[in-house]
Write a protein that binds this ligand. Structure first.
Ligand code: SAH
Length: 345
C-alpha cells in the first residue's frame, strides 16, 4: 500500500495514466485529498471501479484528535494527534491580526538534544512523512474552521534532519490545486545543521529560514546545544552568510533568553558582530520553563534587546501565546506518553 497524500500531483497523474486513466483524473484526486477526503469512496466524480482500484493500492492518512486544548487567554489551540502507528505529535494554531499561523512538527521526537527543550528529552522515534506534515495543516484548518495563511516548521523535530520529506511536503502544500500556501508564508526553523543549510540554499526557496542560535559564542552554545559540537557557531554563521548571498532572503535568529547563560551584554555585542554584513533579525524568546530543565528564564530580555538595537539590529521579543495550555513544543506529547506508560519512545 502506498501513502497517496505524500505524492505530488504529477506523481498521482503519472500513476493514474499508467492505469489507463486520463491525465485530468490526477488533478481530481489531488484536489479531493487536499480538501480533506479520508476515503476514495467519497470521490464521486471517479468511476466506481477506479475508486475500488485506488483503495486496493493506496491509503489516505488522517490523524485522530487525542486532545485539543484551547487557551482562554488568547484562543491559541493545541492539538495532540495520534498517527496511524499510534505515535503522537503536536500542532499549535495561533491567531494573529494578520492571519492564522500553524506550527507543525516534523518528527516524532527529536535527536538534537538541546538542553532547554522538552521535545528532545526522550530522543527521536521516527521522521514524519510528507502526508503527516500536510495533515497537521489540513486537519487543523478543517477542525478549527480557520483558514491557515502561514506555516512555521517549529514544532517537535528538526526539519533539516528530515530534509527530503520536508522538501516534498513544501512542494505539495504550495501546490495551487492543494492548500496553496505560498513559500513566503512558510518559515523553517533549524538548530543549525550546516551542510543541510547549504543544500537548502541551492533550492532557492522563498521561505524564511529561522536559525535557533541561542548563543553567539561556542562555549555557551555547546553547553546548551550539542549540535554545536558538530557544527560550531563560526561555521554556522559562515553558512548563514552563504545562504543570504545565494537566496537574498533575510534570516531570522531565534534566541531563547536563559538566566545567566546567554543574556550578557557581551553576548549581544558578539551576536551583532557575527550578523554584521547581512540583514538579520533577532527574535528574543522568553524561555519556557521546562520542568525537567536546569535553566530558568532570563530577567534581562529588554536590556538585551536594547543592546542589540544599539548596534542597529532589529530585535523583537516573541509574544508568548497559549501560556495556560502547555503550548510550547513537546510538553503535551510528553504528558500523554507518561499517561500511557511512556512506551512510545
Ligand atoms: N528543531 C528546530 C525546530 C523546533 S524547536 C529548531 O531547533 O529550530 C522551535 C524553537 O523553539 C527553536 O528555536 C527552539 O530552540 C525553541 N525552544 C525549544 N525549547 C524552548 C524553551 N524551553 N523555551 C523557549 N524556546 C524553546
Amino acid at each position: 500500500m502506498t501513502d497517496i497524500k505524500s505524492m505530488t500531483q504529477e506523481e498521482i497523474t503519472d500513476a493514474l495514466c499508467a492505469m489507463g486513466e486520463s491525465a485530468f483524473r490526477g488533478k481530481q484526486v489531488f484536489s479531493w485529498l487536499h480538501r480533506g477526503a479520508t476515503s476514495f469512496s467519497e470521490m464521486n466524480n471517479l468511476s466506481k471501479s477506479l475508486r475500488e482500484r485506488l483503495d486496493k493500492e493506496y491509503y489516505i492518512t488522517a490523524p485522530l484528535v487525542v486532545r485539543k486544548q484551547v487557551s482562554k487567554l488568547d484562543g491559541t489551540i493545541k492539538y495532540l494527534w495520534e498517527l496511524r502507528d499510534g505515535n503522537c505529535i503536536e500542532t499549535v494554531l495561533m491567531s494573529y491580526h494578520h492571519g492564522n499561523t500553524v506550527c507543525i512538527s516534523s518528527q516524532v521526537g527529536c535527536r538534537m538534544g538541546c538542553k532547554f527543550c522538552a521535545s528532545t528529552i526522550a530522543g527521536k522515534v521516527r521522521d514524519l512523512t510528507p502526508s503527516e506534515m500536510l495533515d497537521q495543516v489540513l486537519f487543523t484548518q478543517l477542525d478549527s474552521g480557520k483558514d491557515i495563511s502561514n506555516i512555521v516548521l517549529m514544532g517537535i523535530g528538526e526539519p533539516l534532519d528530515n530534509r527530503e520529506n520536508v522538501l516534498r511536503f513544501l512542494e505539495i502544500v504550495n501546490h495551487s490545486d492543494g492548500l496553496n500556501i505560498g513559500m513566503r508564508h512558510i518559515s523553517l526553523s533549524t538548530c543549525g545543521i550546516v551542510p543541510a543549510i547549504d543544500t537548502l540554499a541551492q533550492e532557492n526557496l522563498q521561505l524564511t529560514l529561522s536559525v535557533s542560535l541561542h548563543a553567539p559564542d561556542s562555549v555557551t552554545r555547546s553547553r546548551i546545544m550539542p549540535v554545536n559540537k558538530s557544527y560550531d557557531v563560526e561555521e554556522l554563521f559562515a553558512a548563514c552568510h552563504r545562504y543570504f548571498k545565494k537566496t537574498g532572503r533575510r534570516i531570522s535568529f531565534e534566541y531563547a533568553m536563559i538566566d545567566g547563560v546567554n543574556d550578557h551584554d557581551w553576548q549581544a555585542d558578539l551576536l551583532a558582530e557575527r550578523i554584521h554584513g547581512m540583514p538579520g533579525h533577532v527574535n528574543l524568546i522568553p524561555l519556557n520553563d521546562v520542568v525537567e530543565s536546569e535553566f530558568k528564564p532570563s530577567r534581562r530580555v529588554a536590556a538585551f534587546q536594547k543592546r542589540l538595537e544599539s548596534h542597529g539590529l532589529t530585535a523583537t521579543v516573541r509574544r508568548s501565546l497559549g501560556g495556560d495550555i502547555d503550548a510550547s513544543c513537546g510538553q503535551l506529547r510528553r504528558k500523554e506518553m507518561e499517561a500511557r506508560g511512556g512506551n512510545a519512545e
